[in-house]
Design a binder for this molecule. Structure first.
Ligand SMILES: Cc1cc2nc3c(=O)[nH]c(=O)nc-3n(C[C@H](O)[C@H](O)[C@H](O)COP(=O)(O)OP(=O)(O)OC[C@H]3O[C@@H](n4cnc5c(N)ncnc54)[C@H](O)[C@@H]3O)c2cc1C
Ligand SMILES: O=C(O)[C@@H]1CCCCN1
Length: 388
């Protein structure tokens, strides 16, 4: 086999997680191949679109802790590539004052001394114009939060990987993985071998893992990415310092509604529902459920009076959900040189740099920089079907 087909590591899937993993490996001077089934860039997975929220506000300390270093890694990439990837806007968290979820967000921010502001009913509209705070809701702002320029970030990290000598082969679908001390990876265009393989296939994770005899309890859902028109252009604009926002569990829904200031499409504010209907990732566009849009319309009509409660643009994206909505970062239980990152459950983008670092460490057999117990597959126990 020629040396172009032999690598120290092969990463499968060039979304945000695979791209950062490949970049980390190349930074460690590992000869790395990044394989992608579609022509890059594409909009058929989970990492496309112009914007994503970055925040330290979480219900669990472990995410807030990891974000400390993650912000630094984003800034490092910005400096290295000379590109702006992050814009600070703050994140407004709103939710029933007495609910567990809202209190957890607030407590985690306070306990971890994240710069924050607690708003009360009297000063709320002064700070956040054009938003009606629902009866009984509390409001707190994570000052550190903001927007990541997602498409630009992906292009940047892939470019830096290539500058370090990394190889990207797109339009090459992985069709088989043969485990062993050296792993053999077959694609639609050839056969490659590597000491280790990292699977970061997003919604297709279980398709790839099936080749290794492992299945994870993952559910793929389609998200309708909705943009809503401002009645007065600029009212919710990033330049007016309108923040990202997030609703914790409320009356209307068990999950969150969230939004980002108008930015990428002038006059349009991105507001979505944090849940969707199940889909086959290859049949995404055949899933036409719009019940989330009804919920959004009702919320916007009630609480965001400066928006026309009819979506102006609807795009599509997918979440890959785990039962507890925490990520999966682990080594294969039988083949330790096969590593995977999956189930990012609609909140993984901001963690890209650190997930890349952790998957790189796992694939090199190193002790990971953070305690991975919340992310290991053993938490699923009976739900992890293994044919092994
Ligand atoms: C609407 C929406 C809003 C979100 N908002 C936020 C947010 O505000 N903040 C945040 O942090 N996160 C957010 N997320 C979540 C975040 O975007 C995802 O967690 C993240 O993009 C997942 O990346 P990934 O690399 O795991 O998956 P993907 O981006 O799907 O990448 C997997 C890649 O693997 C490739 N692949 C699959 N099978 C094969 C194969 N056989 N051969 C070769 N290649 C293959 C796919 O084509 C794909 O490119 C949001 C997600 C959505 C959908
Ligand atoms: O990861 C995030 O920050 C957002 C929060 C709301 C749902 C979508 N993802």
């Amino acid at each position: 086999m020629s040396t172009e087909r032999e690598y120290e590591c092969i990463v499968i899937g060039a979304g945000v997680q695979g791209s950062f993993t490949a970049y980390q490996l190349a930074q460690r001077n590992k000869k790395t191949l990044l394989l992608e089934q579609f022509v890059l860039p594409h909009s058929r997975g989970s990492s496309h679109g112009q914007t994503r929220i970055i925040r330290k506000a979480y219900e669990q300390d472990f995410y807030t802790h990891i974000m400390e270093e993650c912000y630094e890694l984003w800034a490092q990439l910005e400096r290295e590539a000379g590109v702006k990837l992050y814009r600070q806007t703050g994140l407004l968290v709103m939710g029933p004052e007495n609910s567990q979820s809202y209190q957890l967000f607030k407590d985690t921010l306070q306990r971890n001394k994240v710069p924050m502001v607690i708003l009360n009913r009297d000063n709320f509209s002064q700070h956040i114009p054009h938003v009606n705070l629902a009866e009984g809701d509390g409001a707190v702002v994570d000052i550190t939060a903001g927007v990541l320029y997602a498409d630009r970030a992906l292009k940047t990290v892939q470019g830096q990987f290539q500058k370090l000598g990394g190889v990207i082969r797109d339009k090459e679908k992985v069709t088989d993985i043969k485990p062993g001390p050296v792993v053999t990876v077959s694609t639609s265009a050839g056969v490659y071998r590597a000491k280790s393989v990292v699977i970061t296939a997003g919604p297709w994770a279980n398709r790839l893992l099936a080749h290794t005899g492992l299945q994870l309890p993952l559910k793929v859902v389609k998200i309708n990415v909705c943009y809503w028109r401002e009645k007065v252009p600029g009212s919710y604009n990033v330049k007016q310092r309108f923040p990202c926002f997030l609703l914790t569990e409320g009356k209307e829904s068990k999950m969150h509604i969230y939004g980002l200031p108008s930015n990428e499409y002038p006059g349009l504010v991105k507001i979505c529902y944090h849940a969707g209907a199940e889909t086959d990732p290859d049949q995404r566009d055949r899933q036409t459920d719009r019940s989330d849009i009804d919920i959004l319309q009702r919320y916007i009509g009630r609480c965001l009076p400066g928006l026309i409660p009819e979506p102006a643009v609807v795009e599509s994206c997918m979440y890959t959900l785990t039962p507890d909505h925490h990520f999966v970062l682990d080594c294969h239980p039988v083949y330790s040189n096969i590593v995977f990152g999956a189930g990012f459950s609609g909140h993984g983008f901001k963690f890209g740099p650190i997930i890349g670092k952790l998957l790189c460490e796992l694939s090199l057999g190193e002790v990971p920089s953070y305690d991975l117990s919340p992310f290991r597959i053993r938490r699923f126990q009976a739900k992890t079907k293994s044919a092994l």
